[in-house]
Design a protein around this ligand. Structure first.
Ligand SMILES: CC(C)(COP(=O)(O)OP(=O)(O)OC[C@H]1O[C@@H](n2cnc3c(N)ncnc32)[C@H](O)[C@@H]1OP(=O)(O)O)[C@@H](O)C(=O)NCCC(=O)NCCS
Length: 218
């Protein structure tokens, strides 16, 4: 199956209710080309330098089945909890939680650069949960996860301008604050070891006034 065949038509993976059908539209996607300038300096044979500006196009798209093991392995170093590769992959492939979400990837030249999963948590209030953000260890600190989170938010907002995104941060929350997320106030944080955050930042008020619920860990 090619990536371009992976469009999500018809029924949402979250059910068959009326709101789910509206939600299903969100899985119809357009792959987005994300240009990232790449400056290449080449030395000609006589010592003259040529500077070439190339545009490296990364693609944002939903994952296809052939991507899945590579996606799961992106977080192996932090999420394996002592299991070996086979045990870890088996757990991911059979995860009931993962089965409820949709994976998205950032790709360049058939290399998967970063991945995440999106859950529909509260379709009526356009609340989505972003989880399992990971970049392969050898490709970290090059901006890939940041690009993927931004592309995901833009993708959903194009179809649902009021879309809100929650996540649980297991790393420093500054990373997500740079991407427009805000921490929930301490009294609304359900867990001590993970920080619940929301995008856009001004949606914190909706949680404080209980117009939307604080999501359970997902
Ligand atoms: C966190 C992660 C997804 C970032 O991916 P990335 O492609 O390297 O992200 P970016 O290049 O866009 O941003 C890098 C920034 O992430 C932040 N960051 C990455 N890992 C971090 C960590 N363990 N603790 C705190 N901040 C971290 C830093 O601010 C870093 O900036 P720096 O390079 O200037 O230090 C990647 O490190 C990863 O896959 N980690 C393992 C899985 C994981 O922990 N996921 C997060 C769950 S909440």
């Amino acid at each position: 199956m090619r990536a371009s065949d992976a469009g999500f038509t018809g029924i949402s993976p979250f059910g068959y209710g009326q709101s789910s059908l509206r939600f299903a539209e969100l899985w119809n996607y357009r792959t987005a080309e994300i240009p990232a300038p790449l400056l290449i300096v080449r030395l000609a044979s006589k010592g003259r330098a040529f500077v070439t500006l190339k545009v490296k196009c990364m693609q944002f798209r939903p994952a296809i089945p052939a991507d899945m093991d590579r996606i799961y392995m992106m977080g192996f170093d932090v999420w394996a909890e002592g299991s070996n590769e086979d045990e870890y992959l088996s757990g991911c492939r059979n995860s009931p939680k993962y089965a409820q979400g949709k994976w998205f990837v950032l790709e360049h030249d058939q290399e998967l650069l970063s991945s995440l999963i999106v859950y529909s948590l509260d379709p009526e209030n356009s609340v989505f949960g972003i989880g399992s953000i990971a970049t392969p260890a050898q490709s970290r600190r090059q901006g890939h996860a940041s690009t993927l989170v931004r592309a995901t938010v833009e993708h959903f907002r194009r179809q649902r301008p009021d879309a809100r995104f929650t996540l649980y941060s297991d790393i420093s929350s500054e990373f997500y604050e740079r991407l427009g997320f805000a921490k929930l106030p301490q009294e609304l944080q359900p867990y001590a070891d993970s920080t619940c955050m929301i995008h856009p930042a001004d949606a914190v008020g909706l949680l404080e006034s209980q117009q939307i619920r604080v999501p359970k860990y997902f």
